[in-house]
Design a protein around this ligand. Structure first.
Ligand code: 5GP
Ligand code: MG
Length: 181
């Protein structure tokens, strides 16, 4: 992109920071690794709604091994009202016990959601739990979390596009855009 594209949402400007062509390559690289690592393991991919829906759609079409797919919607509480738990708004509709689970997340920020959701999944006695996320903000992590498959580490800035929203908007943008200060 010769000149960076800018979009305005809710009175804020966002500047294109990861182009669609780069995202496509990141997604392919992640899929290649997963195809190798999970060959013959018949994993269950768990898509965390809503933000991961576009990433998951692209990633899963590059997956060529036998697998199952389910979706969940979770809400985590932290900060002042921390319960140390996630509320499951939509549960997986498949038996997770004795299976290899691969959580598909859009972005890992404080890592609280993933931390609590992984804990929640352990009650089902899975064989393994790993996470694939398109983006991670290492400087924002508040808990130690093992992220095996990360598309790209980014600075601690708010981003939209490619499934990620600002108040419900911007999910349809093809590139990832970073909020301009
Ligand atoms: P956590 O802080 O628990 O790691 O992140 C929880 C969720 O917040 C993420 O799955 C994602 O949906 C949302 N989130 C975190 N960082 C961003 C961001 O920069 N932009 C958008 N749109 N959502 C984010
Ligand atoms: Mg999310």
């Amino acid at each position: 992109m010769s000149q960076k594209q800018i979009v305005s949402l809710g009175g804020y400007d966002f500047e294109a920071s990861i182009e669609a062509s780069e995202i496509e390559q990141l997604v392919k690289n992640l899929a290649d690794r997963i195809n190798m690592d999970y060959d013959d393991r018949n994993p269950i991919f768990i898509i965390v709604l809503s933000g991961a829906f576009i990433f998951a759609a692209d990633l899963l079409r590059e997956i060529n091994i036998k697998s199952d797919i389910t979706v969940v919607k979770v809400k985590s509480y932290h900060g002042f009202n921390s319960t140390g738990e996630v509320k499951i708004l939509l549960a997986a509709d498949i038996d997770l016990s004795k299976r290899h689970l691969v959580i598909i997340e859009d972005i890992v920020d404080t890592a609280q959601t993933l931390h609590h959701f992984s804990d929640y999944l352990r009650q089902f006695d899975p064989l393994s739990i790993e996470t694939v996320c398109l983006l991670s903000k290492p400087d924002a992590h508040q808990v130690d979390i093992d992220l095996k498959y990360v598309g790209k580490d980014i600075p601690n800035d708010f981003v939209i596009g490619y499934g990620l929203d600002y108040n419900g908007q911007g999910r349809n943008l093809k590139h990832i855009f970073t909020k301009v200060d």
